[in-house]
Unconditional design. Structure first.
Length: 93
């Protein structure tokens, strides 16, 4: 006698679950607004940290300038990554 397994799923059910799993993976973790807020806080904190560490060797004005430059680099990386991700995930028609 053979026992019927209760845990077996049909091929259609497995494909449906695979599509649902892929849909869950493609959703973003954070909203764009939350990401922008986090980036603003991190870039301001990083600019302050860099300026604070650089002020002794170069003076206040140059330290603030270098801190702002590093914050700008963070924003450039963020925006570049955003557009690169949009390019990779564009809808195929």
């Amino acid at each position: 006698m053979t026992k019927k397994r209760s845990g077996t799923k049909s091929k259609a059910q497995q494909e449906q679950e695979a599509r649902e799993f892929q849909a869950e993976l493609s959703k973003s973790w954070l909203s764009m607004r939350t990401g922008i807020i986090i980036m603003a806080i991190v870039s301001i904190a990083f600019a302050g940290f860099v300026a604070w560490n650089y002020v002794e060797s170069a003076g206040l004005f140059k330290a603030i300038l270098i801190g702002l430059m590093f914050a700008g680099i963070l924003w450039a990386i963020f925006i570049g990554n955003y557009y690169f991700n949009r390019f990779l995930r564009r809808k195929k028609s």
